[in-house]
Design a binder for this molecule. Structure first.
Ligand code: ATP
Ligand code: MG
Length: 750
């Protein structure tokens, strides 16, 4: 009997010819190189479905890498709709998620303890601080953030301390010394940081012949989205996983490479044809997302970059509305403009979730949030401070982690005096000293070396006793009950209850939320584990989730909110209505983007922002902004000048030119200057007018070159305060960045 061939038309009917060609290509390496909104992610998803439905490939043989956990979940859902075979056995996830999964399965071969814990960025920083202290290296000369960044960068290049041998200058040798000590500490405590997850997984696949053979046999097809942002280590790992048999299908856009500061290497795209023989490049040129106005703006802007592979994009969606540009007096005025426009859209047929507000720096969200709250517009921050990173949540997790692994020093340090139990910094220092001298964890040091602690010894013993008795008491508890008991017995709930105010209330709510979150980890998945995959105990599962969950803040079902996020977090997403705020020189492009390479990356970030919009795009800048506690006057972003002027219309209240008496009104514009949305007139104005250079106190301008008698030549970065108290920040070529009193600095224009 002949079996009817499956109907494959749903897999290809919603694709254009170029997309279809990519989806149905024979099993060979492919790179889909195409601009924003051209359907790369759609092609990748359909390709997986095609492999399963048309080529008869088992879902087990497929590894798909996405940029976020949310994208992974969406991709899985989409594929399930397209094929009617169970796809549970398929590995879909972020590089970190996949590396973690592999290490949990092969912990022994990877040289890790079975219950290894993951350090998030904040934990890592604490550990680095400790290591510096143990090596007697002062924080001010060896800033922990810089050190952690250096270590991560080495790991991202797959370099271990021993790879350096005795090379390099004094500084490098010290860095390597710190890296060595840091590694030993992590090893002793059974913890791994984010970069280590990837590095271990890579080394495991590279060095363990059996594991290598297993995964090469298994993953016949490897598919990667957002390929332009893979780093050296991820690329090496892909190569090892693929060997000579795995087939790579990568999609990406060099114009959207925005993570070089985190080690991403866009060159990986260029290297594909060398490292994956026969790799053909497929180009997609039709954009399905945006109006032609939005697309022209994006194309015009990105054409200023020189390092490009070059792509064309067109759309037949229609011209749409022009981009509206608003020149705000300050950040409050800007937020008001955004919220007014949102309200107008909400009164139309638009849902809150159709709207996104994008900004360069996380700190910009505060004023926007305040204004949204006042207007009672529901919002959600995507990728903001993660729930699991909040102070009170981390406090409670520290106790849970200690219950799990007493040698987890980071958690010990956090829990031992939170809430305060009279165990001061000196006592902890002594413990560290004892631990170091005897090669012990802090827990073990506290047990054995209590005698050296004098009067505090008893308090430390009490703490140990409390943890031990908590462990006994909660032994048979379900996870949520354990969490609840830990929050009570540790005194954390009481501690936060005594704190007054709204923040304390939300801290208590978060602790309750943590208990609910734990509840969802109590029942293990009904389905049996996949081949050889260990069943993790609920606590390990929960702690892993807490460390790896990237705060992608999926809206809860039924929750319809405006989305706020950084431009970086917006990659890959799309919204009918987009607001890009804070388009000011110094903020965007960021002041640190000093060389051409960095500036091009900032421009790509702007390209990413513009191309998130489907129908309407608003842009705004503030002449005066207080950010990180410093007020500064800025000129409009140079990117605004680089967008073809016919794409933009400027909106601003006509009468308003001078900035308001800002300080006297507590940061809010005073009367006469406050923006009245109805009074705002929309007119096509000549952009150069609005882009005039903004001058600061003393007739100096931002970005101006000046000379100081002692420090030499430099560039003005920002101003603060006025009158006699006006200060200026200058980055000197040879003397670093300094704040100076303007009245005495005697700066001369160069
Ligand atoms: P980015 O570079 O931003 O990641 P992308 O290239 O991955 O974008 P997609 O997100 O896959 O683009 O697609 C953009 C939008 O266009 C989506 O809404 C998608 O559903 C739609 N789209 C893609 N291809 C087609 C098509 N052939 N017909 C109709 N809509 C399409
Ligand atoms: Mg995409």
């Amino acid at each position: 009997m002949e079996i009817a061939a499956p109907d494959l038309s749903p897999l290809v009917s919603h694709l254009n010819p170029a997309q279809r060609e990519a989806v149905t290509a024979p099993p060979e390496h492919r790179l889909v190189l195409a601009g924003a909104g051209s359907g790369k992610t759609r092609v990748l998803t359909h390709r997986v479905a095609w492999l399963i439905a048309a080529e008869g490939i088992s879902p087990m043989s497929i590894l798909a890498v996405t940029f976020t956990n949310k994208a992974a979940a969406e991709m899985r859902g989409r594929i399930e709709q397209l094929v009617d075979v169970p796809i549970r056995a398929m590995w879909v996830g972020t590089f970190h998620g996949i590396a973690h999964r592999m290490l949990r399965m092969h912990w022994k071969e990877a040289g890790l303890p079975q219950n290894f814990q993951i350090l998030d960025a904040d934990d890592q920083l604490r550990l680095v601080k400790r290591v510096l202290k143990s090596l007697d290296l002062p924080d001010d000369q060896w800033p922990p953030r810089t050190v952690a960044g250096w270590i991560n960068a080495q790991k991202e290049e797959a370099r271990r301390p021993q790879d350096f041998r005795d090379e390099g200058d004094f500084t490098q040798r010290q860095f390597v010394r710190i890296y060595t000590a840091y590694e030993q500490t992590c090893e002793r405590q059974g913890v791994v940081d984010f970069a280590e997850l990837l590095l271990r997984a890579y080394e495991l696949t590279r060095d363990d012949a059996e594991i290598q053979a297993h995964y090469r046999r298994r993953f016949r097809h490897i598919l990667v989205d957002e390929f332009q942002d893979t780093n050296t280590l991820q690329y090496k790992w892909l190569r090892v996983l693929a060997g000579n048999t795995g087939i790579l299908f990568a999609v990406g856009d060099d114009d959207q490479s925005v993570y070089s500061w985190r080690g991403a290497r866009v060159e990986n795209m260029m290297n594909l044809s060398r490292d994956f023989p026969g790799c053909e490049i497929v180009r997609l040129e039709q954009n399905y997302r945006s109006t032609s106005t939005i697309l022209n703006a994006a194309n015009g802007l990105i054409s200023r970059n020189s390092a490009r592979l070059g792509k064309e994009l067109w759309t037949d969606v229609g011209e749409g509305e022009p981009i509206q540009l608003y020149a705000a007096y300050n950040e409050y005025d800007e937020a008001e403009f955004v919220v007014n426009r949102i309200q107008e859209h909400l009164q139309g047929r638009c849902a809150p979730s159709d709207i996104a507000i994008l900004y360069r720096m996380g700190a910009q969200s505060r004023v926007l949030e305040e204004t949204l709250i006042r207007a009672r517009i529901p919002y959600r921050i995507y990728g903001g401070l993660r729930f699991f990173e909040r102070q009170e949540v981390k406090d409670a997790l520290a106790y849970l982690r200690l219950l799990h692994n007493r040698d987890d020093d980071v958690s010990f340090e956090r829990a031992v005096n939170t809430p305060a139990r009279g165990i001061g910094a000196t006592t902890v220092d002594k413990l560290r000293e004892y631990a170091r001298a005897n090669g012990l964890s802090l827990w073990a040091a506290a047990r054995h070396g209590a005698a050296t602690l004098g009067r505090s010894g008893a308090k430390v013993q009490e703490f140990l006793g409390m943890i031990e008795s908590m462990a006994v008491e909660t032994k048979d508890f379900v996870l949520s009950k354990t969490t609840e008991r830990v929050i009570e017995r540790s005194g954390l709930r009481e501690h936060y209850r005594k704190e007054k105010g709204e923040q304390a209330e939300s801290r208590l709510e978060n602790l309750d939320e943590l208990i609910s979150a734990a509840r969802s980890f109590e029942t293990l998945p009904d389905e049996p584990p996949l081949e050889g995959q260990p069943q993790l105990d609920p606590l390990t599962n929960f702690l892993t989730h807490a460390a790896l969950e990237a705060g992608e803040g999926q809206a809860k079902p039924g929750e319809d909110c405006v989305q706020l996020m950084t431009l970086h977090a917006a990659k890959g997403l799309e919204f009918p209505i987009v607001f890009m705020v804070g388009l000011e020189n110094g903020l965007f492009p960021h002041v640190r983007a000093t060389d051409e390479g960095n500036l091009e990356e900032e421009r790509r970030l702007c390209y990413v922002g513009i191309t998130r919009a489907r129908k309407r795009l608003y842009m705004s800048y503030a002449e005066l902004r207080r950010l990180h506690g410093v007020e500064q006057i800025s000129a409009p972003s140079q990117f605004l000048r680089e967008i073809p002027p016919e794409c933009i219309v400027e909106t601003r209240p006509r009468a308003q030119v001078v900035r308001p008496a800002y300080a006297a009104s507590g940061g809010r514009p005073t009367s006469g200057s406050s923006h009245d949305a109805n009074a705002a007139r929309t007119a096509r104005t000549r952009l150069p007018d609005a882009m005039r250079e903004t001058s600061g106190p003393g007739g100096l301008r931002l970005g101006q070159q000046v000379r100081h008698e002692r420090f030499g030549e430099g560039t003005i970065l920002q101003f603060d305060g006025d009158g006699d108290r006006a200060r200026v920040e200058v980055r000197f070529r040879n003397a670093g960045t300094k704040w100076l009193m303007l009245s005495v600095a005697n700066l001369l224009p160069v």
